[in-house]
Design a binder for this molecule. Structure first.
Ligand code: 2NL
Length: 341
């Protein structure tokens, strides 16, 4: 027994402890429930009675020795980690830079649109993406048999086809007109949905913004100047605009808005199909029937409205050739834009 104790004492003194794992191995080997010390204490039963007291004292000494070495090494390891010696750290090195995300190009353009119109007195309105027939079609003067009301053009809610995914953001302006009297100046950005196959030029979900301006004596000249101001702020001072007669159920007269092609500056290229002009949206004077269905007196007030695609403007501004890039979340695409601050 005496030799055994000596031998274990030697092992306690020489057990290699250079890191936390070895410290734990030491604790388990000697001080654990099934360790060397527990073993020796068990053997105490077999020691003759007259030697028991002396052996017990030796064993207690051994226990103290193990505890001492453990405490000492634990303190030493904690100290060397804190000072960084063991991990070989150089605290003078510059920190690894934080990689910031970038803003989505559609967000950049939407915010720019809101800033431009905000500066000339437009506020921002939002509304639900699931709408009813009244707000999406009927209040906007869509006739009963209009093609947009067909299943192949619009997503209807299956259980109740009076509900649908809005196909334009005019739905929100209908609510604004219902609940406010002029003057009304507001911009409505948002997601809209159309039942279309996904390709480089079409998607079933995209973003647009519409604006309305209703007051006494609002004229087509006000509409033209507002759109012109927007085009210059968004695309640069050289940008010119052109209106082409068109038709929308909710405006009369209506026009399509073109701007001079940003790529060739009007000279003619592939993007503008050699016309020098590209379309960015539509506009018109709000149809008196639409004002009336929203309880605004068309005898007293008039207004204009316009709508533009955010994807379309973004593609023109950044020369992006495929709509699908906006929704694929490919970081090689996304990283090219302004970083989030
Ligand atoms: C386009 C054309 C347009 C409107 C949207 C509108 C809204 C109300 C009343 C009357 Cl509440 N009009 N919006 C008017 C003309 C054109 O959008 O090409 N959008 C991408």
């Amino acid at each position: 027994m005496k030799e055994k104790i000596e031998q274990v004492a030697e092992e306690i003194r020489t057990f290699p402890i250079e890191n936390n794992e070895q410290l734990e191995a030491f604790r388990i080997a000697f001080m654990g429930r099934k360790g060397r010390l527990a073993d020796l204490f068990d053997n105490l039963k077999t020691v003759p009675n007259e030697e028991k007291k002396a052996t017990g004292q030796q064993l207690n000494g051994l226990k103290q020795l193990a505890q001492q070495r453990f405490d000492e090494m634990q303190e030493k390891l904690a100290g060397s980690q804190a000072s960084g010696e063991k991990l070989n750290l150089d605290f003078t090195l510059p920190p690894v830079p934080n990689t910031l995300g970038t803003r989505h190009p559609l967000s950049l353009v939407r915010e720019e649109v809101l800033r431009i119109f905000g500066r000339i007195g437009f506020n921002v309105s939002e509304g639900p993406e699931i709408e009813d027939d009244w707000h999406n079609f009927t209040a906007l003067n869509f006739p009963e048999n209009h093609p947009a009301r067909e299943m192949q053009d619009t997503f209807f809610v299956q259980r109740n086809p009076d509900y649908l995914l809005r196909t334009h953001t005019s739905t929100v302006q209908v609510r604004i007109m219902e609940n406010n009297q002029p003057p009304i100046r507001t911009i409505m950005p948002g997601r809209v949905f159309r039942n279309e196959a996904i390709s480089a030029r079409a998607h079933c979900m995209f973003h647009q913004f519409e604006g309305i301006f209703i007051d006494e004596n609002v004229s087509f000249a006000d509409l033209k100047q507002t759109v012109y101001h927007f085009a210059q702020e968004m695309f640069g001072k050289d940008t010119r605009i052109r209106f082409r007669p068109s038709f929308f159920p909710f405006t009369e007269p209506s026009a399509e808005i073109d701007i001079t092609c940003l790529i060739c500056k009007g000279e003619g290229c592939n993007i503008c199909k050699h016309s020098g002009w590209v379309e960015i949206g539509g506009c018109g004077m709000i149809d008196p029937a639409v004002l009336e269905s929203s309880k605004i007196d068309p005898e007293k007030y008039s207004g204009f409205a316009f709508g533009m695609g955010i994807e379309r403007i973004t593609m023109l501004k950044y020369q992006i050739k495929d709509l699908r890039l906006f929704t694929e979340n490919d970081v090689r695409f996304l990283r090219q834009f302004e970083s989030a601050v």
